[in-house]
Design a protein around this ligand. Structure first.
Ligand SMILES: Cc1cc2nc3c(=O)[nH]c(=O)nc-3n(C[C@H](O)[C@H](O)[C@H](O)COP(=O)(O)OP(=O)(O)OC[C@H]3O[C@@H](n4cnc5c(N)ncnc54)[C@H](O)[C@@H]3O)c2cc1C
Length: 346
């Protein structure tokens, strides 16, 4: 007769973990667990904190997801390094209920409301490493914190790459702007400079012409616009300046004029430009998330990446950059993470 197979310590720990999660997960606060420490830890000495969902990035997308999950009685940990992409902009617009508020006001109010839900915890810091483990994910912070969760949400945003024009970075979000829906109204009918060339420059002209007829396009080098595009701009008195930009003259981020290589100056009230970007951190790459050609994390309609258990929301996933979009996708991610946890347990 065959001997009955003994349950190994590892199997027992795994099974009791599952049962424990099903019975009590929604109301148990973050806890430290020795059993989990035994499963492929990043650092065997580090203390592990367990939760159901880790959200990396605690700005508009991450906080919206945390609210959905907190209200679903999920144990959530938000790790945030405090560097949202709009931090330099004095006023945020185009968000009903908060039109004209500072980005910090919106974020602080959101954080206070989210942290009222007892199952949501906050951790200041940079998540530097994330990897899959049998029970989900293990996340390590720069200061050595170690967290485990069944699901992971990347709400990490993007970093805008400033062009090599002195003064540009200092004016970014203040008077050098990325989006007319966010900041166009405040400079309507004023002298506006546009920095861009070819198709991008032409599209900027078409878009901004809705807000002001006093436009100048700076191609910062030889124009790559087509003859037809030049004609269309000329017909609307939009001049094209091909000389190199030397620097941007400004007072504490408020632009005065664009100074060209030959010393000539064009006074403008604001500049609109498209800049390049990169993902804010390399955690999506560490996990092997698929990326779009433009450099966004690929997600489906439910904010799921192509790595099971990993969701993403906000600017890191879309070219449509606005606080309202980030909030909407965060809320959606939170709901579908909760749904996936329900599906796995019930
Ligand atoms: C200059 C500027 C002005 C803007 N003005 C407006 C406006 O007026 N109105 C409007 O609707 N939209 C505006 N936007 C767009 C809006 O700011 C973004 O769409 C929005 O901030 C995206 O939210 P998010 O949560 O996806 O990312 P972000 O707000 O960029 O936040 C990402 C968060 O993740 C954190 N993070 C990243 N990696 C890690 C890591 N490894 N560990 C821990 N934390 C991490 C960051 O520190 C940050 O706190 C503006 C954008 C810019 C650049």
């Amino acid at each position: 007769m065959k001997k009955p197979r003994r349950t190994t310590r590892r199997q027992f720990l795994q099974q009791s973990n599952v049962a424990f999660a099903v019975l009590s997960a929604p109301v148990v606060p973050l806890y430290r667990s020795e059993s989990n420490l035994m499963e492929s830890p990043m650092e065997s000495q580090a203390e592990v904190q367990n939760c159901e969902v880790v959200i990396i990035g605690g700005s508009y997308a991450g906080l919206s997801a945390a609210m959905s999950l907190g209200r679903s009685l999920r144990q959530v940990l938000v790790v945030d390094s405090g560097k949202p992409c709009n931090r330099q902009t004095p006023h945020s617009h185009n968000l009903i209920t908060h039109d004209g508020a500072t980005p910090q006001e919106i974020a602080e109010k959101a954080k206070a409301q989210v942290l009222k839900y007892g199952t949501v915890r906050w951790q200041n810091g940079i998540a530097v490493q994330a990897k899959q483990i049998p029970t989900g994910f293990e996340i390590k912070t720069e200061s050595g914190g170690l967290f485990r969760a069944k699901k992971l949400l990347l709400a990490t945003g993007v970093t805008d790459i400033m062009p090599d024009i002195p003064g540009f970075a200092e004016c970014w979000g203040i008077s050098v702007l990325h989006c007319p829906y966010c900041h166009g109204y405040e400079v309507k009918q004023q002298n506006i400079g546009l920095i861009g060339n070819g198709e991008v420059g032409f599209e900027l002209c078409r878009l901004l012409y809705q807000w002001s007829k006093k436009l100048t396009l700076f191609t910062n080098g030889k124009s790559t616009l087509t003859a037809e595009q030049h004609e269309k701009l000329k017909a609307r008195q939009i001049s094209v300046v091909e000389k190199d930009i030397a620097h941007i003259e400004h007072n504490r981020g408020y632009i005065r004029e664009i100074v060209l290589g030959d010393g000539s100056k064009t006074p403008v009230s604001a500049v609109f430009a498209r800049v390049r970007f990169k993902q804010h951190c390399d955690i999506p790459q560490q996990l092997g998330c698929g990326m779009s050609e433009m450099g966004h994390i690929k997600v489906n309609d439910f904010q799921k990446t192509d790595i099971p258990g990993v969701f993403a929301a906000g600017d890191s996933t879309t070219p449509f950059r606005a606080v309202s979009f980030a909030m909407a996708s965060g809320t959606k991610a939170g709901s579908f993470i909760n749904k996936e946890l329900i599906d796995e347990a019930f």
